[in-house]
Design a protein around this ligand. Structure first.
Ligand SMILES: NC(=O)c1ccc[n+]([C@@H]2O[C@H](COP(=O)([O-])OP(=O)(O)OC[C@H]3O[C@@H](n4cnc5c(N)ncnc54)[C@H](O)[C@@H]3O)[C@@H](O)[C@H]2O)c1
Length: 361
């Protein structure tokens, strides 16, 4: 594992919101290897299959099934658990669903984040907090230039807008209640983390590329690609999760200096078109076909997204370890392995985490 992360997180109390989705169970597995004590707060797993159930998430954390819109319940959990760190990932995370359910998306993502930050106003212990947003918080520039942390925040669809609001709300609470210059008084370091599209084993969400690809390949069907020319910064789920933890670790050493926004994207050569990713996945699977069927009625989704992660590299020492090819290969290997032997899901997840940390960054 990683020496710095082991040193910082061993025996520490970490509250993870959104522990029952895709990234959550991977984070629980890493924190288990780091020997942290974890409480999870989120809704019951929604997908079938569910990565949380597959890896036996209840063995890796104390799981609280609760809604972020329930401020009192969230406050009770924070007050009882007394976390040293909070990784806030709980959110309605799907763009297309956000078009169908804008109100629910705004409530979970914006109100949920406000509730967490507000609960922290009354929490007396020091705490390092990472609010997870997305690369979609940047107002579309249309230039194709990689987004930097100083670029304008803004959204088009309800999901992106909700996450852009999370950035603004966080900034508001940071300036109003958790000002870095007054860290000695309140003890809270609040940072935000913006990552790109992630892939990895165990994602079964609707309308995401790799789950669609795996569903088709495992049924021997052709993969349907909706936006073959869309370019995304593809990265393995372990990349941003390591970034969130390195940010948290940095906050614990320099709470005032790291209470800011950080990008965690892949290297620029790993921003690939959707069609290229599907080709890589089929090659890794060993067989399969695809066809492109552009949906002309599809709601707007940003076509080109690139992130400049030089700040995370220079300030946190974070760097991607797996390029897009390896990320796709490891993802396909995970699905292949676990679909064949679901009982091995947790051990294989641990195996890939070790493999990741054994790769030089
Ligand atoms: N997956 C990606 O490609 C990606 C990319 C960038 C950012 N993100 C962000 O990372 C975070 C985790 O993403 P994911 O892929 O695991 O998402 P996911 O949809 O798989 O999981 C979302 C989690 O949030 C919880 N949640 C949703 N609404 C909630 C509510 N009202 N109250 C309590 N919990 C609630 C769910 O129960 C689940 O545990 C999200 O904040 C997402 O916006 C994801």
């Amino acid at each position: 594992m990683n020496e710095l992360l082991e040193k910082v997180f061993r025996g520490k109390k970490v509250l993870v919101t959104g522990h029952t989705g895709f990234k959550g169970p991977w984070l629980l597995a890493i924190l288990h290897l780091l020997r942290a004590e974890v409480t999870g707060y989120g809704l019951a797993p929604e997908t079938k299959p569910s990565l949380y159930y597959l890896i036996g998430g209840d063995r890796l954390c104390r799981s609280v099934i609760g809604d972020l819109t329930d401020r009192e319940k969230l406050k009770q959990v924070v007050d009882e658990f007394e976390p040293d760190f909070i990784i806030h990932m709980g959110a309605q995370s799907l763009v297309r669903r956000s078009y169908r359910e804008p109100l629910e998306t705004f409530q979970s993502n914006i109100t949920g984040t406000i509730h967490l930050l507000d609960v922290l106003r009354f929490y007396e212990k020091p705490c390092q907090v990472v609010i997870v947003t997305t690369d979609k918080v940047y107002a579309e520039s249309g230039t194709g230039m990689p987004y930097q942390e100083t670029d304008r925040i803004g959204g088009h669809d309800p999901y992106s807008t909700s996450k852009a609001c999370c950035e603004l709300v966080t900034e508001c609470y940071r300036l109003s209640y958790f000002h870095p210059e007054k860290i000695d008084q309140h003890g809270k370091s609040i940072a935000t983390a913006r990552a790109g599209n992630v892939i990895g084993g165990g994602d079964w969400c609707e309308d995401r590329l790799m789950p669609d690809v795996v569903r088709a390949m495992s049924h021997g069907e052709a993969v349907r690609i909706r936006n073959p020319r869309s370019v995304r910064p593809w990265q393995h789920v372990l990349e941003p999760l390591t970034g969130y933890l390195m940010l948290g670790a940095h906050q614990s050493r320099d709470p005032a200096g790291s209470a800011e926004g950080f990008n965690f994207g892949p290297d620029l050569q790993d921003t690939l078109e959707v069609e290229q990713v599907v080709q890589l996945a089929l090659k890794a699977w060993g067989s399969g076909r695809y066809f492109c069927e552009v949906d002309s009625h599809a709601p707007h989704e940003a076509a080109l997204l690139r992130l400049d992660s030089s700040k995370a590299k220079s300030r946190l020492g974070w760097k991607p370890r797996w390029n897009a090819h390896t990320a796709v290969l490891r993802t396909v290997q995970w699905y292949r392995h676990v679909l064949e032997d679901p009982r091995d899901a947790l051990d294989y997840t641990f195996h890939q985490i070790q493999e990741y940390f054994n790769t030089r960054s």
